[in-house]
Design a protein around this ligand. Sequence first.
Ligand code: G6D
Length: 344
Amino acid sequence: MNVSKKKFGEIENRSVVLYTITNGNGMSVSCINYGCIITDIQVPDKNGNLENVVLGFDTIEEYLNDTAYFGAIVGRTAGRIKGAQFELDGQTFTLEKNENSNHLHGGHNGFNRVIWQAEMIENGVVFTHVSEDGEGGYPSTLNMEVKYLLNNENEFTITINGVSDKNTILNCTNHSYFNLSGDIKRDILNHTLSLKSDKFLPIDEKLLPTGELADVSGTPFDFQNGQKIVAGTETDFSQNHLAGKGYDHPFVLHSNQDQEIYLVDEVSGRTLTVETNQPGVVIYTSNQLDGDFKIRGVQARPYLGICLETQGLPDAIHHPHFPTIVLVKGNEYTAVTTYRFGVI
Ligand code: G6D
């Protein structure tokens, strides 16, 4: 196992460093201390060819211009907070309205825009950041730690910890876009996804959960026995159209750290198994990925990547029947997600 670093760029005279963790099989994970962004994951296909399986860039300028959160840690709260406001302990807190009247992904200066402190450790990298009381409108001073670890079983684990000096809300995720074809040879429409989930959260026209927990059976949201992603783009099911022809939905996971998510690309033979201690996952099939830019030479377009955003349920602060995202003063928030790569 090897961990190396090199300069990636600068932001206002502050260094941004690229870290690369390489295991004994040649698999590697590269990341930068800006947003804890995962820039590259090299894994073998069925013939042993090492290729990159996440969307990313090679310059800090591209990440500064990125609005798709490629590879970033998202927080303090992933997803949308309705009305950019919430009540806690009798107080009302007003957050930044960075998407119409709502708050998305921690606001314009969320965790994805932070230059984190970083330290190389055995088998990985640890990032730390102190989010000051009132930052983004959130209460409490919050001590954050993000740990990226790789082992020789081609398992990459993200552990996100947070401790707060007051009651607050916290619900983080990693926003990597996976594409198992390798170096974006193809889009992800013919990837097959399996989920241990029989409930999904319908969204409204502003992509906020309505609060309903809907059965997946008989809908394009039933991934219990494996289904190609294209099922969500060719259907006339209203929820897929609301998401912009695809998926942009939370799913409730009914197991814990037990192969909850399985993604396979039959052509390359690559597989990805995801296990998490989080109650949900937002599946986003990059329906809105568009624009006048290239991703390592490939023109941006929808369906180039699939996000498997393991997390608490979005906007849970407004839905008491969802698992809570309140972090009580002095308690520790711990989100653990493992990504195991293999071949069929
Ligand atoms: C779109 O609705 C989606 C979000 O889920 C995603 O995180 C973002 O694009 C990058 O707003």
